[in-house]
Design a protein around this ligand. Sequence first.
Ligand SMILES: C[S@@+](CC[C@H](N)C(=O)[O-])C[C@H]1O[C@@H](n2cnc3c(N)ncnc32)[C@H](O)[C@@H]1O
Length: 207
Amino acid sequence: MHFYHEHILPHLIHLVCGSSNFHRQRERIVPQAEGRVLEVGMGSGLNLEFYDPGRVKALFALEPSRGMRKKARKALSKAPIPVEILDLPGEEIPLEKNTMDTIVLTYTLCTIPDWRKALGQMRRVLSPSGKLLFAEHGRSPDPKVARMQNRLQTIWGPISGGCHLGREIPTLLEEGGFQIQKLETGYDLKGPKFVSYQYLGVATPRG
Ligand SMILES: C[S@@+](CC[C@H](N)C(=O)[O-])C[C@H]1O[C@@H](n2cnc3c(N)ncnc32)[C@H](O)[C@@H]1O
């Protein structure tokens, strides 16, 4: 399984998450990042081209997987702004309290094992006036699809590197100490319904 995670999965994730359909979602969310930005779960760096160098003062990209960091090298070399890589998981963000203006979370909350702890860390480093931008796939509101998401999880989890099909993203964000300010939902990602239901929006730290 180690070989798969380090040498095969990064290429598969890059291929799937690099499709034009995902790009359209990135285009909608990433350019809103401003100030000091933390991206959690950078993956292969597919968001990097969408940051606006005129708005972003500093970019920290956290990615715990060595294979994914390796896969991100090409995108990093072309990034419009310098990027500081943090090779730790979201549960252990090595940044000071209240120092970030924006957190970017795309297709990552589904995979973070201890999402509650990781969101607590994001809230800690985010300034009280900061925002969390998210685009995540998750639980479908259609009970039939949700049941399928539950049934498929035992196979999907190991092959996808720990991705959960059925996480209800707004609930996680709210339980993690955030307040949803904007939310768009729908089967906006291409593919079967069990992976294509998306939650896209903006959340702020709850006071
Ligand atoms: C499906 S990929 C998405 C990558 C990228 N955010 C994107 O939009 O293309 C999920 C990413 O979450 C990362 N990840 C897994 N566990 C994590 C954790 N505990 N904290 C932060 N990121 C994690 C994986 O290594 C992987 O790069």
